[in-house]
Design a protein around this ligand. Structure first.
Ligand code: ATP
Length: 260
């Protein structure tokens, strides 16, 4: 099997995963370059969450390989994968899981404090990220005092505060009001781009990713390309979505956006 290209931060080949014998991933291969923002799209149940979980080391694929920065992830122990996730990856999902007893800035500083960063430095970084995400004024409040959209921005700040190499965002705008969705996505994309953070974004709302792209007033294009899934396989994207996909290979291993 070929080695991953050097400029791919994430690289996967032939991923298969099933829940109780029911297939969720059926031979997905992909390469994601450093700093790219990739939107994994598809209907509910198409395999987006399972793919993100496999790429981030939360779930071991039953078959196939996952590589991060040219090192295998699928052969690591559970403890080593946990360390990798804490230090190099960020994760946001549809419900902002903030610690209710902590203030907003303490929630954001948490990943840094867990890594041994000093209290003063962690607080400064947390405040900077909260301001970047337009919720700096909420730093001293408890999560319960925030609107849902503000809580999700705080979750984005917490996922980015330790400058992860890759941010995984699984339907991050699902709980938000329509008017907040594109704005939260644009803010997330702009923050990731300015820090060279790769983003893998799962969404079933392709219209939203396109709207965020066309309505952008900050200069931050949302996704560099889309990676459409159906029934756990990569599929060719509709024209104009920026996807670079190739048809399934002769071994039945569908390949998304193969790197050169
Ligand atoms: N914990 C689980 N137990 C059993 N089946 C599961 C589990 N999680 C996912 N599945 C099934 O695996 C398939 C892929 O699910 P997955 O959540 O990865 O898709 P998705 O595209 O993220 O869907 P959604 O948009 O609804 O989150 C679906 O058929 C789903 O019902």
């Amino acid at each position: 099997m070929a080695a991953p290209p050097d400029n791919d931060v994430l690289w996967a080949r032939g991923l298969h995963y099933a829940y109780d014998g029911s297939p969720a991933l059926q031979g997905i291969s992909l390469g994601i370059r450093v700093g790219e923002i990739v939107a994994v799209t598809g209907a509910r149940g198409s395999g987006k969450t399972t793919l993100l979980r496999c790429l981030s080391g939360q779930t071991l694929p039953e078959q196939g390989e996952v590589w991060f920065n040219s090192s295998p992830v699928h052969t690591l122990s559970e403890a080593a994968r946990e360390r990798l996730r804490l230090s190099r990856f960020g994760w946001i999902d549809s419900s902002p899981r903030l610690v209710p007893e902590l203030t907003v800035w303490e929630n954001v500083a948490l990943p840094l404090l867990l890594h041994g960063t000093s209290h003063r430095s962690a607080r400064r970084s947390a405040q900077e990220w909260l301001e970047r995400l337009d919720v700096g004024g909420c730093a001293g409040k408890r999560p319960v005092a925030l609107r849902q959209a503000q809580r999700q921005r705080v979750a984005v700040a917490r996922a980015l505060v330790h400058s992860p190499a890759v941010l995984f965002a699984d339907e991050p705008t699902a709980p938000l009001h329509q008017s907040d969705r594109a704005q939260v996505l644009r803010t997330l994309a702009a923050a990731a781009r300015s820090h060279g953070i790769t983003v893998v974004l799962a969404t079933h709302d392709l219209a939203l990713t396109q709207a965020a792209r066309t309505e952008d007033v900050t200069g931050a294009v949302l996704a560099d390309r889309t990676m459409p899934l159906a029934d756990g396989r990569c599929v060719r994207s509709p024209a104009g979505t920026g996807a670079a996909t190739v048809p399934p290979d002769p071994e039945g291993t569908a390949a998304c956006s193969l790197s050169a």
